[in-house]
Design a protein around this ligand. Structure first.
Ligand SMILES: Nc1ncnc2c1ncn2[C@@H]1O[C@H](COP(=O)(O)OP(=O)(O)OP(=O)(O)O)[C@@H](O)[C@H]1O
Length: 663
């Protein structure tokens, strides 16, 4: 044993002695919460502070069940947990969100220290209940229902004494413990006072998560926000009380429940059936219900002052109105159904809202449109939606990728040719793509890659609205709306002499800009929609996108934009097991940022991560083809069992060629 090990062993022996001494002869020197917990560990849980305390992980399947139960909270907590992690990561803390039983259902920590996290139990799936882990921030917080720091030798187990952990409870609107938020570090100063700030930060985030959960759950009610300060009521929203239109109390957040109790409105305790609804807001505030419901229309600051009945305290109120469902088409304001293809492209994103309003205005104007945006942002999709929502919708939409077409073919493909106009030409001649789009929309993708010579000819088509097929002597009249798209800087290409300025002005009658996916505020809408579309496409068993997968998708910066998202979801659907997509089913790069989403790598067994498919291809199908339908080889390649491969093939409707019916 070297000196460091000997020192550690001595420290552990001292720790055990301290616990036993302070329980035998309490002298008030220990924190009461910690002392109570030590006592529980010995008397109730029969734990030994000197015994090794390896982390206890629940099996993957159990972890999923716990995550499922906490799904609604995990979804709401995501932004808060990630923000907290960003704040504390420079100080080498990890963040855990556990459920009310102490099982870590979400974990954020650096990947570099993954082994250490797993060894210590600061990891997804570990059980931090006091019963198993002894006195610790999470377990003791669950028992005591208060925020606390468990610092170094506060821990019961001698093996945890280098950790500092700070946890705060998150309650549901009925006052039941819902979850515990924890930050933990391996290195910290000796003094417990060093963690005072950590405690404030964790309490703050726990409250934010709790309130976000409350606001979401009661969004269908009038929400009265109260505060003792007029200036802060709008931002602080300290006391939140959900009421019916007639003032009946429906629920309150933790602070709100305290306020109601303080004003002697006895509320149901956790698990008690006594109705909250026996009271109304007028029992708390000395006001008419109409005055309260009118608060947000009152004065410049939309705040109204009220006295409480009981203690005559001055409180300032502001109101959040119930969220109403958007009127379905046909209800509410008259809705133009022809706009549906455009409207389906986005939900509530400010940049997309502007772009779509412009697109709706332009859809029937006789001008050409330039769609700009990074690759994969949906430029072709926008062009199609413009066409489908315009009066040209029952005429052809012809899409040409100017970058993908060999230069030698572009001319004949675009303009068509007369019979026998060149060697190899079809004897009947060919109608070019431009003429095929007559009456409809011609979509020119990657217009920046069009060769200069063809730009000149295209310019003539646009100027004259007529096309001259190769070898023809007379031009054909065409009626076209051109939508062009590019991810390049066309003005830069003009400066370099690679793009004709006059063509640029012809194409750019108006421009529509598509924001990159990483900047969109409606990412969750797009993820859900794409996921639904993919499921509809493949048919078969319905699959659910779980909260942890959604969190990872929302956290990823999407360099490849919507196309990459589409491929990631397709991949996940092809490789997931059972009826849900979890974080481990996503392509590895989507989960390899600063966030550890280790569902696939928890110590109990690895779900493995398969290599990424080629763009747009179904990965399982691709692997099967590559391995010449050798199921064992595919199973090895994807790190899955053979029965799993067979199950997925069945679900995806993949039939090996030798089993297919020959017509
Ligand atoms: N609003 C949307 N809703 C659903 N799927 C979309 C949306 N926008 C794009 N997609 C999907 O994302 C993928 C890429 O879209 P699209 O081809 O329109 O992008 P692009 O900007 O034209 O790409 P590129 O620059 O490579 O030509 C396609 O699979 C498309 O179906």
């Amino acid at each position: 044993m070297n000196t460091a090990q000997a020192q550690r062993a001595q420290t552990q022996r001292d720790h055990v002695a301290t616990i036993l001494r302070s329980l035998d002869h309490p002298d008030g020197s220990e924190d009461a919460v910690i002392e109570r917990s030590w006592r529980r560990c010995i008397d109730r849980f029969g734990l030994d502070p000197a015994a090794p305390s390896p982390p206890r992980y629940v099996p993957d399947r159990t972890l999923r069940e716990h995550q499922d139960q906490a799904d609604a909270l995990i979804q709401v907590a995501r932004a808060g947990v990630e923000q907290l992690y960003r704040q504390v990561t420079p100080l080498d803390y990890v963040v855990l969100l556990t459920d009310a039983r102490g099982i870590a259902v979400q974990f954020l920590g650096s990947r570099d220290a993954q082994r250490e996290h797993q060894r210590t139990g600061l990891y997804l799936g570990s059980d931090w209940s006091e019963e198993h882990a002894g006195t610790c921030a999470v377990g003791t917080c669950i028992q005591e229902r208060v925020p606390l720091t468990c610092h170094h030798s506060d821990h019961f187990s001698a093996h945890h004494i280098r950790l500092t952990c700070t946890a705060a409870p998150i309650f549901d609107p009925d006052g039941q413990l819902l979850a515990v938020l924890d930050i933990s570090a391996y290195q910290s100063p000796e003094s417990k006072a060093s963690q005072t700030f950590a405690l404030q930060v964790v309490k703050h985030y726990a409250r934010m998560i709790e309130d976000a959960y409350f606001l979401k759950r009661y969004s269908g009610y009038h929400l009265v926000c109260l505060d003792r300060s007029r200036e802060f009521v709008q931002i602080n929203r300290r006391y939140l009380i959900a009421i019916e239109e007639d003032g009946t109390l429906v629920a309150a957040n933790t602070a709100g429940r305290k306020l109601l109790r303080h004003h002697e409105l006895p509320l149901p305790g956790p698990g008690e059936a006594r109705p909250f609804r026996a009271w109304n807001i007028q029992d708390l505030l000395d006001a008419e219900i109409d005055d309260i419901l009118d608060s947000q229309h009152y004065g410049d600051d939309r705040v109204r002052a009220f006295h409480t009945h009981r203690h005559h305290e001055l409180h300032f109120a502001t109101l959040i109105e119930p969220q109403r469902r958007r009127p379905a088409s046909g209800q509410g304001r008259p809705h133009d159904a022809s706009l549906a293809p455009l409207e389906s492209l986005a939900d509530d994103d400010p940049a997309m809202r502007d772009t779509l309003t412009r697109a709706a205005r332009l859809r029937n104007e006789p001008i050409n449109i330039l769609v700009v945006g990074e690759t994969g942002t949906g430029k072709e999709r926008m062009a199609r939606a413009l066409h489908e929502s315009s009066r040209r919708c029952d005429k052809p939409f012809v899409a040409i990728n100017c970058a993908a077409m060999p230069e030698s073919l572009i001319e004949s493909e675009l303009f068509g040719y007369e019979p026998g106009s060149f060697t190899g030409a079809r004897s009947k001649g060919m109608k070019g793509l431009i003429a095929q789009a007559d009456g409809g929309t011609l979509f020119l993708d990657e217009i920046g890659d069009m060769p200069l010579q063809l730009q000149t000819r295209l310019l003539r088509v646009l100027a004259e609205q007529e096309v001259l097929p190769v070898g023809a002597s007379r031009p054909l009249k065409v009626d076209l709306r051109v939508v062009a798209a590019t991810h390049r800087d066309l003005r830069g290409l003009i400066d370099l002499g690679r793009f004709r300025e006059d063509l640029f002005y012809r194409l750019n009658g108006a421009s529509l800009r598509l924001p990159p996916l990483r900047e969109r505020a409606d990412q969750d809408y797009l993820i859900r929609r794409l996921f639904e579309d993919l499921q509809a496409e493949r048919g078969g068993q319905r699959v659910r996108l779980r909260g942890d997968a959604m969190s990872a998708l929302l956290a990823y910066p999407w360099p490849g934009n919507i196309r990459e998202l589409h491929n990631a979801l397709r991949y996940a659907l092809a490789t997931c097991e059972g009826d849900e997509v979890v974080v481990g089913d996503l392509p590895e790069e989507c989960t390899s940022g600063h966030l550890a989403h280790p569902a696939a790598q928890s110590p109990q067994g690895s779900a493995g991560t398969a290599p990424r498919p080629r763009r747009g291809e179904d990965p399982l199908q691709e692997a099967l083809r590559r391995q010449r339908w050798n199921i064992s080889a595919v199973a090895r390649e994807l790190g899955l069992s053979r029965p799993t491969i067979y199950r997925r093939m069945k679900r995806l409707g993949i039939v090996p060629p030798h089993q297919q019916d020959i017509p």
